[in-house]
Write a protein that binds this ligand. Structure first.
Ligand SMILES: Cc1cc2nc3c(=O)[nH]c(=O)nc-3n(C[C@H](O)[C@H](O)[C@H](O)COP(=O)(O)OP(=O)(O)OC[C@H]3O[C@@H](n4cnc5c(N)ncnc54)[C@H](O)[C@@H]3O)c2cc1C
Length: 264
C-alpha cells in the first residue's frame, strides 16, 4: 500500500483530486483498526500529518476555528476549556491518553459515528464544517454534514479543513454513560448548553439516533426539556444497551445537566 505524504494543504488537495481512492489518515485511531481487521484495503493512504494548515486553533469575533488535525489533548487545554467547556470535557473522556494524543476532531467527523464524542459538544456550539477541494471551499452546518450512521457529506475529492464554532455560549457541560469511566463507546452521551443571554437551551446527544442530534428550546421550557430531548431520540437495542434504557438515561442526563448548568 502506498502512503502519500503532502507537505502543504495545496499539495494535499492536488493529491486528493488525483487519487480519490487514497484514504485520508490523521491520527489513524479509527482507520488503522479498520485496516488491521481487513474491513478496508485502500490502494493508498493520504497521510495528513505533515500539513501544518490543519493543525491548531484560532479565534476571531467570537468564532473559534478548530483545525481538523486538532487532537483531544489539544482540546483539553485551559484556554479552549474556557471557550468550549463541553467540547473540552468530552475530549477528556475519549479513549486513553494515547488515543487522545493521536485522535483528532477531523477523524471523528470523518468517521461520523453516532457515538463520536466530539459531535454533541460541537453541535451545541453552532458548528459549521469547512471543506475544501481543488474546486474550492464550502461550509456546511454540522447537522447537514452528518447524513447517516458512519456517513457524511464529504465529496471524494474533498478534505475536512476545520470546524467553526461559537465560543463562550453560556454555561455548558458534557456527560456520557458507559459501563466504566474510560475506553468505552458511549451507551448514550449528552452535551447541554444554557444560554441565559439569548434565552436558549440546547442539547445534543450521541448513541441514541442514527446521527448525533441537536434539540433546542426556549429557556422557559426548562421543565419539559428532559422529555423533549428524550422524545427526539430514536435509539436501537444493541450489545451495549436497549433502546428503552438509552431513552431513559438520556432523560436523566438532561435533568442532571440542567441542574449542573443552572446552578453554576
Ligand atoms: C482504543 C480506542 C478508544 C477510542 N475511544 C473513543 C472515545 O472514547 N470516543 C470517541 O468518540 N472515539 C473513540 N475512538 C475512536 C477514534 O479515536 C476517534 O473517532 C478519533 O477522533 C479519530 O480520529 P483520527 O485522527 O485517529 O482519525 P483517522 O483514523 O485518521 O481517520 C478516521 C476517518 O476520518 C477520515 N479523515 C481523517 N481526517 C480527515 C480529513 N482531514 N479530511 C477528510 N477525511 C478525514 C479518514 O479517512 C477516516 O475515514 C477510540 C478508538 C480507539 C482505537
Amino acid at each position: 500500500m502506498d502512503v502519500l505524504t503532502p507537505r502543504s494543504l495545496d499539495e494535499a488537495l492536488r493529491l486528493r483530486a488525483a487519487h480519490p481512492d487514497a484514504l485520508p489518515i490523521q491520527g489513524g485511531t479509527d482507520l488503522m483498526v479498520d485496516l488491521n481487521f481487513d474491513r478496508r484495503r485502500p490502494e493508498a493512504l493520504l497521510n495528513l500529518n505533515e500539513v501544518a494548515e490543519l493543525k491548531g486553533w484560532s479565534r476571531e469575533n467570537g468564532v473559534v476555528r478548530l483545525g481538523a488535525g486538532l487532537t483531544y489533548t489539544d482540546a483539553m487545554s485551559a484556554k479552549l476549556a474556557a471557550l468550549l467547556p463541553a467540547f473540552s470535557e468530552a475530549s477528556r473522556t475519549v479513549g486513553s491518553p494515547q488515543i487522545r494524543n493521536r485522535g483528532t476532531i477531523g477523524g471523528n467527523l470523518g468517521t461520523a459515528s453516532p457515538a463520536g464524542d466530539a459531535l454533541p459538544p460541537l453541535l451545541i456550539s453552532e458548528c459549521e464544517v469547512e471543506l475544501q477541494s481543488v474546486r474550492g471551499e464550502r461550509r456546511l452546518a454540522l447537522e447537514s454534514f452528518l447524513i447517516g450512521p458512519k456517513r457524511n457529506a464529504l465529496a471524494p475529492d474533498e478534505l475536512i479543513l476545520a470546524v467553526r464554532v461559537r465560543g463562550g455560549l453560556g454555561t455548558q457541560t458534557f456527560m456520557k454513560v458507559g459501563p466504566r469511566n474510560a475506553m468505552v463507546i458511549a451507551v448514550v452521551s449528552l452535551a447541554l448548553g444554557v444560554d441565559r443571554e439569548r434565552g436558549v437551551l440546547s442539547a445534543a446527544f450521541g448513541s441514541a439516533a442514527p446521527v448525533a442530534t441537536l434539540v433546542t428550546a426556549a429557556l422557559d421550557d426548562v421543565d419539559s426539556f428532559p422529555e423533549q430531548v428524550a422524545a427526539a431520540a430514536s435509539p436501537i437495542d444493541d450489545v451495549r444497551g436497549t433502546g428503552a434504557y438509552r431513552r431513559h438515561a438520556l432523560r436523566v442526563l438532561v435533568a442532571r445537566a440542567l441542574e449542573r448548568c443552572l446552578t453554576r
